[in-house]
Design a protein around this ligand. Structure first.
Ligand SMILES: Cc1cc2nc3c(=O)[nH]c(=O)nc-3n(C[C@H](O)[C@H](O)[C@H](O)COP(=O)(O)O)c2cc1C
Length: 328
């Protein structure tokens, strides 16, 4: 399947594995690259910029195909050294970056000077338009279904993607709620040039999270997420568990961040992924859990998505056309 995205970014398939805190590490990213899709190492999962350099080198030992680095820029009381992470990306010779969280304008000139293509991930048409204006090469747009931060507008992909593609000239990657070939074909029909997946890639053999997490994703339905931080206007979609239920309950009583801080600490979420203790903390997952029934290798997942997408297009969709339209 060739799209403007595969052409511009030099990847075989129009499928992206977006940055994922604690999950976007060498093993997964290399497997995605080897499968002909585009994977992103998550910069901030590495404790220091030097560790990021080492993780990039480790990924290169596992693949000779292109891959990128995600730089998530979030407001923080003690911000990580973004400029140093950026420099580590540039000096490592990375050629594709996924930015997310806030406007990438401060970082863009540095990436551009280094010949790096930037995909900015955002959650609204207005932010996508702004990103195009400041010079990013593509945008990834997360609908309300997505894992992680869906923004505050609550517009699902079925509306958000075509609302964006009709306004933008650059390639658009549809993100959020996509877990199989049907999602890929739907995204292309909505005008996107590819898809970005998080939860689906987290539930693969090569994903570096505990097996119990993957089994829980398979067991979960589309109903098994919670929206936390709504009252703080920093909404995050996470898996339903005892901790996310408690956070929502405390928020409903009009809490401040300090009242829930002990529950949402990153170290607790990390414990879920490392130890498989599903109620140790908050862990990110999207509504598309309801579409996930297995734990395939990344190669099998990508291969099956592409093959099934081609057969949906050539079979089911073409069957709706009459003979004259097919010949045309
Ligand atoms: C465990 C997990 C951690 C994530 N962490 C980040 C992150 O650090 N930065 C980021 O830009 N997106 C992050 N995301 C969002 C994904 O890159 C992607 O946009 C999202 O998962 C798409 O929705 P889906 O899960 O329905 O496919 C994360 C997603 C998951 C599942």
């Amino acid at each position: 399947m060739r799209t403007r995205f595969t052409e511009a970014f030099g990847v075989e398939h129009p499928i992206v594995q977006g940055g994922m805190m604690w999950v976007g590490r060498a093993e997964l990213v290399a497997a995605v690259a080897n499968a002909g899709a585009l994977g992103f190492i998550t910069a901030l999962t590495q404790p220091t910029p030097e560790d990021l350099v080492r993780e990039i080198a480790r990924t290169r030992e596992l693949t000779d195909k292109p891959f990128g680095v995600n730089l998530t820029i979030l407001p923080s009381i003690t911000p990580p050294p973004y400029a140093e992470y950026r420099q580590a990306i540039i000096e490592s010779g990375i050629k594709i970056v996924e930015t997310a969280g806030s406007n990438p304008v401060d970082h863009l000139p540095f990436f551009k000077d280094a010949g790096i293509k930037v995909i900015h991930k955002c959650t609204s048409v207005r932010h996508a338009v702004k990103a195009e204006r400041v010079g990013v090469d593509a945008v990834s747009i997360d609908g309300f279904e997505c894992a992680g931060h869906p923004g505050e507008d609550d517009v699902p992909g079925l509306v958000l993607i075509p609302a964006a593609t009709r306004r933008l000239q650059i390639p658009v990657i549809a993100s959020g709620g996509i877990a199989d070939a049907r999602g890929l074909v739907a995204a292309l029909a909505l005008g996107a040039d590819g898809v970005n997946m998080g939860t689906r890639f987290m539930c693969t053999v090569e994903s570096p999270v505990a097996h119990a997490v993957k089994e829980q994703i398979v067991a979960n339905s589309e109903l098994d997420t919670k929206l936390i931080f709504r009252t703080l206007h920093n909404t995050a979609r996470v898996a339903a568990n005892a901790v996310s239920a408690e956070v929502v309950e405390i928020e409903s009583r009009g809490a401040e961040f300090k009242d829930i801080q002990h529950l949402v600490a990153g170290a607790r979420g990390r414990k879920v992924f490392e130890d498989g203790d599903l109620d140790a903390g908050i862990w990110t997952a999207g509504q598309c859990q309801g579409l996930i029934d297995d734990i395939p290798t990344v190669a099998d997942l990508v291969e099956r998505m592409v093959t099934e997408a081609e057969s949906i297009i050539a079979g089911r969709l073409t069957s709706f056309l009459d003979d004259a339209a097919v010949r045309a």
